[in-house]
Design a protein around this ligand. Structure first.
Ligand code: PMP
Length: 401
């Protein structure tokens, strides 16, 4: 039956983990996967999450199905976290929101909803480069995927002029995907002033902004700072789409907790959009999982737990920032590695686009047992005080060839 099915290519990121697992050298380092690791290189379950889990367990909840759009209290709190308690459409009851299977599921619901109900355009513009899953998610949603310039190789920074030119040239009403903060894979975000310009341009060209916020709190360590772009756009009157993930900021990766929302014109429009979100979701997976949403909601709805969580998010962000400092100093001052490494410090969030070439990343894996994706992206969270020396000297050797 399946004799004509061709073998597909392996996933580029999960392939890195496979190679890492097969390596028996004790110095090996995995910088491929985008999951936070603590100072000992171990997965980290947040204390606030552990406490929330205890609260949930103590309440002895049932295991009944959730409604199609999920745990209502959770989605209300998730929207408040993203848009801010003072958001006008939130206060007005004009934001349609549904629970989702983490950020991926939120993007997929958004793609499907837009594909069905947004008649003005079927084209979505993604930054070049973007998270590798964006293209298949939106392609499988029936949209045509195009790119806008984002990364400038020569400066290892934002190609702001190229980005603006490409958005200006996009057909009216096109959908434009924006990483709300901590752009993956480059670690390069627009400044607040640049976001304001982007907002004006999106308005002028009648583009439809779709935010992917997978790292709220992880970029600067501040929940509200990291929501700047989303909140600015909404304050400027944009009716945005938003995909939220709690994988990184609550460390709930495998629990699959997320939300998808659409800002609508008014509560009546919201009610119609809600009804159609249900019709999109029902045949996909009926209703979302319970446990993770209960944990996230326990944190978001309790002032003391929320404060503890915010501190923990900040400590994860701070550890990453300190690894950036150490790596920069080691390469630039101690090893005098050829090249300019300022971007390691200026980039934001979990990832850094090192500028290492595909042959250099290959040499790092083969000679130094250091694993990263072939585009030279590293997960800063995989570095710690015990392995950073080995990493820096290996990069130095790879660069010197
Ligand atoms: N968007 C971006 C930009 C991401 O980096 C990720 C995670 N790698 C996601 C969405 C979705 O992840 P998840 O489905 O685990 O929430």
């Amino acid at each position: 039956t399946w004799s004509a099915v061709p073998a597909g290519p392996p996933d580029p990121i999960l392939g890195v983990t496979e190679a890492f697992k097969a390596d028996k050298d004790p110095r090996k380092i995995n910088l491929g996967v985008g999951a936070y690791r603590d100072e000992n290189g171990k997965p980290y379950v947040l204390t606030s999450v552990q406490k929330a889990e205890e609260l949930v367990a103590a309440s002895k909840p049932d295991k009944e199905y959730l409604p199609i759009t999920g745990l209502a209290e959770f989605t209300k709190n998730a929207a408040k976290l993203a848009y801010g308690a003072e958001s006008a459409p939130l206060k007005q009851g004009a934001i349609a929101v549904t629970q989702s299977i983490s950020g991926t599921g939120a993007l997929r619901i958004g793609g499907a909803f837009i594909g069905r109900h947004y008649p003005k355009a079927k084209v979505i513009y993604l930054p070049t480069p973007s998270w590798g899953n964006h293209t298949p998610i939106f392609r499988d949603s029936g949209l045509e995927v195009r790119g806008y310039r984002y990364f400038d190789k020569s400066t290892v920074g934002l190609d702001f002029e190229g980005m603006k030119a490409d958005l200006k040239a996009a057909p009216e009403h096109s959908i434009v995907l924006l990483h709300a903060c901590a752009h993956n894979p480059t670690g390069i975000d627009p400044t607040h002033a640049q976001w304001k310009e982007i907002s004006d341009l999106v308005k002028e060209k009648n583009l439809f902004p779709f935010f992917d916020m997978a790292y709220q709190g992880f970029a600067t360590g501040s929940i509200s700072n990291d929501a700047f772009a989303v909140r600015h756009f909404v304050a400027e009157g944009h009716q945005v789409a938003l995909a939220q993930s709690f994988a990184k900021n609550m460390g709930l990766y495998g629990e699959r907790v997320g939300a998808f929302s659409l800002v609508t014109a008014d509560p009546e429009e919201k009610a119609r959009v809600d009804s159609q979100l249900k019709i999109v979701i029902r045949p996909m997976y009926s209703n979302p999982p319970l446990h993770g949403a209960r944990i996230a909601n326990a944190i978001l709805s309790d002032a003391a737990l929320y404060a503890e969580w915010e501190t923990e998010v900040k400590s994860m962000a701070d550890r990453i920032i300190s690894m950036r400092e150490t790596l920069y100093n080691t390469l630039t001052h101690d090893l005098k590695t050829p090249g300019e490494w300022g971007h390691i410090k200026s980039q934001i969030g979990m990832f850094s686009f090192t500028g290492l070439t595909a042959p250099q990343t290959k040499a790092l894996a083969e000679k130094a047992h250091v694993y990263m994706t072939a585009d030279g992206r590293i997960s800063m969270a995989g570095l710690n005080s015990k392995n950073i020396e080995h990493f820096a000297t290996s990069v130095d050797a790879a660069v010197r060839g």
